[in-house]
Design a protein around this ligand. Sequence first.
Ligand code: ATP
Length: 513
Amino acid sequence: MAQEDVFKKIVSHCKEYGFVFPSSEIYDGLAAVYDYGQMGVELKNNIKQYWWQSMVLLHENIVGIDSAIFMHPTIWKASGHVDAFNDPLIDNRDSKKRYRADVLIEEQLAKYDDKINKEVVKAAKRFGDAFDEAQFRATNARVLEYQTKRDALHERYSQAMNANDLTELRQIILDEEIVCPVSGTRNWTDVRQFNLMFSTEMGSTADGAMKIYLRPETAQGIFVNYLNVQKTGRMKIPFGIAQIGKAFRNEIVARQFIFRMREFEQMEMQFFVKPGTELDWFNRWKNIRLKWHQALGFGNDHYRFHDHDKLAHYANAATDIEFLMPFGFKEVEGIHSRTNFDLSQHEKYSGKNIKYFDPEQNESYTPYVIETSIGVDRTFLSIMSASYCEEQLPNGESRVVLKLPAALAPVKLAVLPLVKKDGLPEKAREIIDELKFNFHCQYDEKDSIGKRYRRQDAIGTPYCITVDHQTLEDNCVTLRNRDTMEQERVPVAQLLGIIADRVSITSLLKTIQ
Ligand code: ATP
């Protein structure tokens, strides 16, 4: 199946089974805003819990906060967002579609990579075991030609981005003959900068009202509180502050479902370190975060680092963790070495001394910061994409199954009486009453057992328990595994122990410790 079709299926599956709905749907929706349904909110909460616990339980020196979305507007002046939180946009005059100029060029770079990879795959097939990939890449004429073009484009693009040269960005698009995917033409407008922050007004009178911004990232709420936390929590450097919360960006191009939203949620951790140690910590956090992703079990080949070509004004190193979505490798998390830029700026703009006093060195300094910033919604999308499977069964039937990591599944357990009579429903309810304190359980007695299994497969429930007539005699039930569809007979008294171990976030956390 084409990847585009897979993606469409995932989007409709999300809607059909109560994971994600378009916002304001009965009013025809609101672009790039989505609501999470009854299943989606559970999955989202589990993702957040997995992240939160990996930060604040597994690291003695990381604590959390929850800062307000509204903040003093000068914060955004100090952080550079008022002046520089821009994306370069370009319009196609024929289709009237708007694009990010940087994204168009990055897609072009990816096309060269694809071409090179195709040559490599073809050659690997041809030469079999004797294939030497490094040598092939270094000598094959076609690969070298693509590589030279790619490197030249990359160099030109980096320079243009770093110099904020909008005319050059447009020229690159023209020279590379990039066409609008909708109209197929090269009838492009100039490139313009567009600020992504939403603003509103606070205050009751028109005169006294103050223009404030909806935060475009949660990080600044951490920076302006770092000394409060450090002092009241008696934290010593190195230490971190974690936060989960909503962020808002007036994205130019809002496509690809929940990948790019105008209201979304971030899980950010700012780690405060001694100046000079930041690159070491940057590398450590890269590894810690990659492990967190890999522990979900989708295969390490689904992840890669992508180092930034253009460093943000505040960073001295930056990388993205990218995930293989149905539409290619895409950023899910950013890891940035933000230097002491933010804290210094807040010191300057607020006029307050917010230096850290280091009791061991007996000196004050402005800490450097490593940030790990991951989108809840993009993580959600990556997990849904990697979990969605259509399987052909040996009996000729097919099923759609969400192979979610058990610890993140919205419902952990479905309890199903084989028939709606003979005391089986009562027995099933009794089992739920025992287990509901530990797991999210669902009761279902409607339709055949096969149909009920399919419904649970579609929402990713890792275990189904069937209560049959035999259960009333021996107090044992059938425990069915979602992925293998294998069934085992288990005493009711052992259910809690068996299942807890397999579906708990604690078990998942132990794998990354
Ligand atoms: P992009 O280049 O895709 O616009 P970014 O580099 O601006 O992303 P960051 O500012 O590093 O993103 O934000 C950290 C994380 O927040 C991203 O890795 C992503 O998971 C999430 N995120 C950012 N913007 C959005 C958005 N519009 N919708 C959903 N998630 C987002």
